[in-house]
Design a protein around this ligand. Structure first.
Ligand SMILES: [Zn+2]
Length: 323
């Protein structure tokens, strides 16, 4: 930095002007990219949702501004997005998203972006919170494989610890399906759509299946599951077709649980990389894994969503997010 200062001080007046213009232009270019990504389906007002009567309204800090004649308010490409109200410039966010794509640790990402570790942690989950809204309207159809998988409860990073810390890799006290484990209910269809979230503690129930899959499975779908009673009851209630697969078996060649089993293995591997994810944020890591599997771009997913979340509400979420 010291050397850079010396170089800057040695510049002539014209050279300084040129440098300032150069810096200004790179900033505008970043904003233009985002502008196009956010409004890829045409301009809309992020404040009132109006798509007509929007006029250009000059530049401020390198951002093209617009005025909505419907609500009379001014906006730009980051209005009501997760990037708003951030003191950091958008190019740092973009660099951070690049770190997320590379699945770097919080510590490494913080170092690359020149932000503190707490900020890096908050950014990760702000982005994932937004992406969870992005995939909220995904529906499953056709042949759908459903099954649940389990994760040990983790209170990592939480100040109120309801019970003594278990050493990582030590295993929970009770074997098999116990209330000590978080049940994640998942479904995948043959079109590559994925649904998965924390549903409850211990064994899956029909009510929880209704909460996970309610309104998210297209009529006349064919559900493949194991022989667990909750699935039988769930399928019966919704009048879907049901194919029960005994473990390690196929039915008619096309009905099996291979895709859901592969999905579970992938999810476990993905989460293992982060060295002990706390249950409080487990849903966000599932979202991250799913958008990756479904080929959704993080940056485009993020700018697509109107986000009004503020810092105060950030950590305000349950330690165990059961439905
Ligand atoms: Zn408006």
């Amino acid at each position: 930095m010291h050397e850079l200062c010396n170089v800057l001080l040695s510049l002539t007046k014209d050279e300084k002007k040129e440098l300032i213009n150069l810096l200004k232009n790179t900033n505008t270019k970043q904003h233009t990219n985002l502008l196009e990504k956010r409004f890829k389906n045409g301009l809309y007002c992020p404040r009132c949702g109006c798509v007509e009567n929007i006029v250009r309204y000059g530049f401020k800090n390198g951002h093209q501004r617009f005025k909505c004649k419907n609500c009379g308010r001014i906006f730009n490409e980051i209005t009501n997005s997760v990037f708003m109200c951030s003191k950091k410039s958008f190019d740092i966010w973009e660099k951070y998203i690049e770190c997320m794509i590379n699945e770097f640790t919080i510590r490494k990402s913080a170092k690359i972006c020149g932000i503190c570790i707490t900020t890096a942690f908050i950014w990760r989950h702000k982005i994932l919170d937004v992406l969870s809204k992005k995939i909220d309207d995904i529906k499953l159809s056709g042949v759908i494989e459903v099954d649940e998988t389990f994760f040990p409860i983790s209170y990592k990073g939480s100040r109120q610890m309801p019970r003594p810390v278990r050493r990582r890799g030590g295993g929970t006290n009770i074997r098999g399906i116990s209330k000590e484990k978080v049940c994640v209910s998942c479904g995948v269809d043959r079109g590559g759509n994925i649904l998965g979230m924390v549903s409850n503690l211990g064994k899956i129930t029909k009510d929880k299946l209704n909460k996970v899959f309610g309104g998210k499975i297209i009529d006349n779908s064919i559900i493949c599951s194991d022989g667990e009673k909750s699935y039988k009851d769930f399928v019966k209630e919704h009048d879907y077709k049901h194919v029960i697969i005994k473990s390690g078996r196929y039915k008619n060649g096309i009905y099996h649980l291979n895709h859901i089993n592969a999905y579970h293995n992938g999810l476990k591997g993905f989460i293992r990389k982060f060295n002990g994810v706390s249950t409080k944020y487990l849903n966000n890591y599932i979202v991250w894994n799913n958008i990756k599997k479904m080929g959704i771009s993080i940056i485009e997913g993020v700018v697509d969503i109107v986000c009004l979340m503020r810092y105060r509400t950030f950590a305000d979420r349950p330690l165990i997010p059961v439905l």
